[in-house]
Every structure is written in C-alpha cells, then in structure tokens.
Design a protein around this ligand. Sequence first.
Ligand code: SF4
Length: 329
Amino acid sequence: MRYHIVTYGCQMNKNDSERIAAKLEQAKNKPAQKESLADLIIINICSVRQSAINRVHSKVNKIQKQQPKTKIVLTGCILEKDKKRFKELNIAIWPIIDFKIKAKCQSIRHAFIPIMTGCNNFCAYCAVPYTRGREKSRPAQEIIKEIKSLIKQGYEEITLLGQNVNSYLSPKDKTNFPNLLKMINQLEGKFKINFLTSHPKDMSDQLIKVISQSKKVSKQIHLPVQSGDNQILKKMNRGYTITKYRNLIKKTRQAIPQAEISTDIIVGFPGETQKQFQNTVKLVKQIKFKQIYTSAYSSRPGTAATKLKDDVHSSEKKKRKRIILNMIK
Ligand code: SF4
C-alpha cells in the first residue's frame, strides 16, 4: 500500500510521524510519490488549538471529494468529541500511544526515543493532558538498553522525547531525568544527546549541572516561556513568574556559557492587553533567545481557557505575532 502522512502541530508530532512511517515501512508499505497517489493518508494532529482541528476538517473534506477511494486515518492528540465527529465522517482513528514506546525512526542516523508520555500540567490553553493522558515514564534500564543497541547500530544522535522530560521518573528505580542523562552520557560511543521539551518550572539545579558537565549532551535548550507577563502566565497556569524564569536563564547561562536557548510564545491569549504584550516584547529583548516559535492563541474546546473570552482580534494577534517574529535576528 502507498501511504502519505500529513503532520500538523508541534515537534513531538513530527517525530511521531517519522515513527509511524518507520512502522508502516516495516509492514512493507511504501511512501507515495505524492499525496494524490496515496492509497492511505494518515493525518497526524496536534489538537492544542481549535484552528488545527478546523484545518483537518477542510483537509478531510478535500481528500474525500478528490480521492474518494483513498482511506483516511487520523492519529495524534484528538479530543473525544472530535473523534466522534470524525468517526461519523467514516474516518478511522489510530491511537498514537501504539507508536510511542517501541518504534523509532530508522531512516537516518538520528533516533527519537520517547522516554515518557502524557502530561500532568494542565496549561489552560492545551489539550494534551486530555488527549494523551497523565505522565507515564518508561523504566530507565529499558531506555538505556535501547540506546546501547542504537549506538551499536551506528546512530550518532539520540533525541529523548516527552511533553515534559524534566519530570521524568523511572517507575522501577526512581531514576530522575538528570540521572538518566548522566547514565546515557556515560555510555561508550560517539553520539550526541538532545531532549525535548523542558518545562521551566521543573528545570532543576541538578539538571543544569548535569547538562554543563556532560560532553555528549547538547547545549541547545528549549524553555517555553509562553508570555512575558505574570498575570497572563497565571491565567495560563504555567506555574512560574517572569522573575523565576529570568533567574533560571541567568543560572543556566552562568553554568553553561555556550547554551543556546530557544522558546515558545503564544500571543493574544484571552484578555492580553497591549501593556501585557509589551512585557513579552521586553522579555524577548532582554533574554535574546536563539530561536522563538510564536503562535497566535486559538481556543481549544475542553480546555480551561475556553471559559475565557477570546477577545483579542485576529488582526491584532497577527500583528503581535509579526512583532515577535521580527525580533529574531
Ligand atoms: S506542559 Fe502544558 S503545554 Fe506542555 S503538554 Fe503539558 S499541558 Fe500542554
């Protein structure tokens, strides 16, 4: 069967798509040369935002009209109520959890290893805890065994994945994330270790120390701040203040002078005033991030933020997004 994968959303989703492709190829399927030639189209969704679900609906509509014989499957983060609506349209749903633990990208010498799934944080705008469930970490020994085997096969880059890797805790021996990194760093072989994603509230001094002392661990650190305003951060339920975030960056840069820090920012969260947005601009100027992934807020049904009025006009959100994007050198 010839397949094509359409991916919407975050880096985690892109990595999931690579694992889905690896699994399909193991089962002797082949990638279609183009979408219109596919017998099977897999749409991998991140439903953090309603706009993503709207895009999926129009995509499904288009495929059903233009390629009526093509089978469509949805996977990724999908809320129950959306699953129901898609099933009514005759669309199959694959649970992403099936791909989470064992499969890995085989096509390049870079392996993506999920070390945990789910999230316990309930940020007000995010559907992940509802779609992927609560945090569940893999045993440290199982991860180490898998990485050893990948290094033997010649993999040169390992990316550890989780919605919040900083809260990783091995169920058997209670190894935490810094200690897991230390153990991987000590493995023999020439390889580099990356990790995604870190929640600023869980970035410990121990973790900063381990990154600074571990030669194989990448010094590119992604720390999503989301907003530069304390009131907005509180409404987002992020669990830190701007002072705490600034101190964290200061500590990290002192311990790891070569650190390259990137971030995520959401503009136009409900009630975000000009003054509050300017606080984000101020923070961006101060921190001088290496990279910023900016998105305009859109409401996601079922999340806490839907109870708030989405009152920043879309043209204003676009303007704020442009301002932030133009600040990246
Ligand atoms: S930390 Fe927040 S934004 Fe990230 S997955 Fe969890 S709930 Fe979503």
